[in-house]
Design a protein. Structure first.
Length: 152
C-alpha cells in the first residue's frame, strides 16, 4: 500500500507539514518518497508576461538554486527518518505547477500524492487559486491534502 509517494515541496510551512505526514506514511508502509520542486515563473512574473520578459537569467538561476536547497533539506529530513527518498527539480518553466505535479505523478508512477496546503477559503482561495485543488481534481492517483497548522 502506497509504496511510491510523490510530495511536491516549496519550503513553506504547509509544504513541510505535508512532507512530515508523507514521511510518517512512508515509514508505516515501507514506501519511498519522491520530492518534487517546480520552479514557478509566477514567482518572477506576478504581473504577467511583461514582467516575465524583464527577468534575467540570473533570476532563474537563483530560483533553481533555491529549489535545489529546498529539495536537499527535504531529502535530509526524510533520510534522517530512515525513509528512502529521491528528488526532482522541474525547471522547464511554462505551464501551471499543478499540471507539472500531475505529470510527474503519472510519469514516475506515484501511488499517492501528499500535498501540504494553506486551506484558503472564500476570497483568498478565489484570488490565489489552488494548485492543491487542481491536483486533487486531475491526479491519476489518490491525493492526501494536509492542512497547515492553525495560524500557519
Amino acid at each position: 500500500m502506497y509504496q511510491r509517494i510523490l510530495v511536491p515541496v516549496d519550503g513553506s510551512a504547509p509544504s513541510n507539514r505535508g512532507l512530515d505526514e508523507a514521511i510518517r506514511l512512508a515509514k508505516l508502509t515501507g514506501g519511498s518518497l519522491r520530492l518534487l520542486h517546480v520552479v514557478d515563473e509566477l514567482s518572477v512574473a506576478l504581473g504577467g508576461a511583461s514582467a516575465f520578459a524583464g527577468a534575467s537569467p540570473d533570476t532563474f538561476k537563483l530560483l533553481r538554486d533555491g529549489g535545489e536547497q529546498i529539495l536537499a533539506a527535504g531529502q535530509a529530513r526524510a533520510a534522517a527518518a530512515g525513509v528512502a527518498v529521491d528528488t526532482v527539480l522541474d525547471d522547464t518553466l511554462g505551464g501551471r505547477v499543478c499540471d507539472r505535479v500531475v505529470e510527474q505523478a503519472a510519469a514516475w508512477p506515484a501511488e499517492l500524492v501528499v500535498i501540504g496546503t494553506h486551506g484558503r477559503r472564500g476570497v483568498g482561495r478565489l484570488l490565489m487559486g489552488s494548485d492543491a485543488e487542481q491536483v486533487l481534481r486531475l491526479a491519476p492517483v489518490p491525493v492526501l491534502l494536509v492542512r497547515a497548522a492553525e495560524g500557519g
